[in-house]
Design a binder for this molecule. Structure first.
Ligand code: NAD
Length: 511
């Protein structure tokens, strides 16, 4: 799929797209853009969220730290309007033939393809991603809409379930779960949205979608796409907003299901908000995933996988393999090669085609990474390379590797969400598995080994929802996504991702 015109992927063209096409100061509700007015200053009800919140919000270019645009975040009244629109749309959308729902999903994919360069450009501008990574994101989102268009048409309307009783027939079908609140983070705009929106629409749900306030630019283009394909009004409502808007969605009594991707701190709040009214919930949370390099691994290939697993998206990946476990017999030569490769990474502007690692998304995220550099210094960790933020404009941190990190270190146990790798050696597979499993998280893992059978056996014993062997970070629409322990509840992608938006129904017939 080559949709790129070399001249169209520039900062200037992305800024032009913002000026010409992105609907700032607006929420997409009931099939149209609705202006978000500035809050009234003279309102009598000083405690209400609508009167209290500062709706003005700056969107930044992570490469320079300068403001690209100022927009407004929507109000509680607009959340209410969106819930009403989704409720009105639900009876008809949930009964729409699956072939029609699939055709809308394919139309989203097709329109995204036509807008490919613009979506990539906005991701690079607003998120700091290198162009090649942003292209993968948009392509993966397109593939996800197509995938769910296919699998919903393949799902049987009714299944006959064998029973042990004679004279009884048992029929099973799947119904949509209802009206959904979809809340996504900033690290993979478009992709995380697609993982939720595509199966929700396929299942027959109507939705309120809240993109991260940090990366609104690519996500707002989706409203234009839904409008262009004439998706029935109210089926998808897009609400630019931060915590207040998210909480207004998750606490609303008419919301049946919440699907949240983000941090554990917010995930816990969302879970408690879901308890009121017993809402269905899926949570995709943090990670501290291990990459295990066995004694028989090819060192050069292992280093490439380690680098990709921690420095892609500047380490801002929930499944980043941020804990390296290496067999003691090859540790020294692996670290020698790893240091050379990490130090030769081209760091810079995502729009520069030579860039291999871009900036962090925001000043807040840069400060978070810097906090861990300070902790590492205080803990006297051995720094193989990096350990500092870059002395330049924008939100850049150096690719960083610490060796021989104690398992009690905060850098070993906590998710940094930046380009920071911690490492330890092991003597045998049992120790590697024990170290990999010694975490509150259990999202993903990588194993690098020449012995496929031994690697698969190790994979069976590592607690993680997704494990790569001699590969890193590839996620296919067909494979379920989600973790164990505090990495979350439920699964996205694959058929499990569709089940997250459906409930089974059984009908028993007596002859
Ligand atoms: P975050 O938790 O700060 O925000 C996530 C979303 O929740 C945003 O849209 C935010 O506006 C919203 N939000 C904030 N407070 C809320 C509240 N009280 N009620 C409802 N919504 C609220 O996370 P982030 O900083 O945007 O993303 C980084 C985190 O996301 C990392 O911990 C990362 O591991 C995790 N993540 C997990 C996965 C996964 O698949 N497991 C994927 C991507 C990111």
């Amino acid at each position: 799929m080559e949709m790129t015109n070399a001249n169209s992927l520039t900062r200037e063209s992305a800024i032009q797209t913002v000026q010409d096409e992105v609907m700032l100061n607006a929420a997409y509700i009931d099939g149209k853009w609705m202006t978000i007015e500035a809050p009234a200053t003279d309102t009598a009800d000083a405690d209400s969220y609508d009167s209290n919140h500062d709706s003005s919000y700056d969107l930044y270019d992570s490469n320079s730290g300068t403001i690209i645009a100022t927009t407004r975040l929507c109000t509680k009244a607009q959340v209410e309007m969106a819930v009403n629109a989704a409720s009105m749309a639900y009876p008809s959308w949930s009964q729409t033939d699956v072939s029609v729902r699939a055709s809308y999903l394919n139309a989203i994919a097709e329109t995204m393809e036509q807008q490919f360069d613009k979506l990539v450009g906005l991701s690079v501008l607003n998120n700091g991603k290198p162009i090649e990574e942003a292209k993968i994101d948009v392509s993966d989102a397109i593939a996800c809409y197509r995938y769910y268009a296919n699998i919903i048409t393949e799902q049987a309307t009714w299944l006959e379930v064998p029973t042990s009783e004679s004279g009884i027939r048992l029929l099973k079908t799947y119904a949509p779960v209802g009206i959904c609140a979809l809340i996504v983070p900033w690290n993979f705009p478009m992709v995380t949205t697609a993982w939720k929106l595509a199966p929700a629409l396929a299942a027959g749900c109507t939705v309120l979608l809240k993109p991260s306030e940090v990366t609104l630019l690519p996500e707002l283009m989706l409203g234009n796409i839904l409008s262009a394909i004439k998706l029935p009004k109210g089926v998808v409502n897009i609400l630019p907003g931060a915590a207040e808007v998210g909480a207004a969605m998750t606490c609303h009594p008419l919301i049946d299901k919440i699907s949240f991707t983000g941090s554990n701190a917010v995930g816990e709040k969302v879970m408690s908000q879901a308890a009121k009214g017993i809402k269905d919930i899926s949570l995709e949370l943090g990670g501290k995933s291990a990459i295990v390099v066995c004694a028989d691994a090819d060192i050069d290939h292992a280093c490439d996988l380690i680098i990709g697993g921690i420095f892609t998206n500047a380490g801002q990946i929930c499944s980043a393999t941020s804990r390296l476990l290496v067999h003691e017999s090859i540790a020294q030569s692996l670290f020698d090669t790893l240091k050379v490769k990490a130090e030769s990474l081209q760091i810079g502007d995502g729009f520069d085609t030579d860039t291999q690692m871009g900036p962090l998304v925001s000043e807040q995220q840069l400060n978070q990474v810097k906090k861990y550099f300070d902790i590492a210094t205080a803990e006297n960790l051995i720094c193989l390379t990096g350990g500092e933020v870059l002395n330049r404009q924008g939100y850049f941190a150096m690719p960083t590797i610490y060796t021989n990190v104690p398992v009690t270190s905060q850098l070993w146990t906590e998710e940094v969400f930046g380009p920071v790798l911690v490492s330890q050696t092991f003597t045998d597979h049992a120790e590697a598995i024990a170290l990999a499993n010694d975490s509150q998280f259990a999202l993903a893992a990588s194993i690098v080994s020449a012995d496929e059978k031994a690697a698969v056996e190790m994979a069976l014993q590592i607690q993680a929802g997704h494990i790569w062997i001699n590969e890193q970070q590839i996620v296919l629409p067909d494979s379920g996504w989600g973790g164990f322990k505090q990495s979350g509840i439920g699964r996205e992608l694959g058929v499990d991702g569709l089940s997250a938006y459906q409930k089974s129904k059984h009908v028993l017939l007596s002859h």
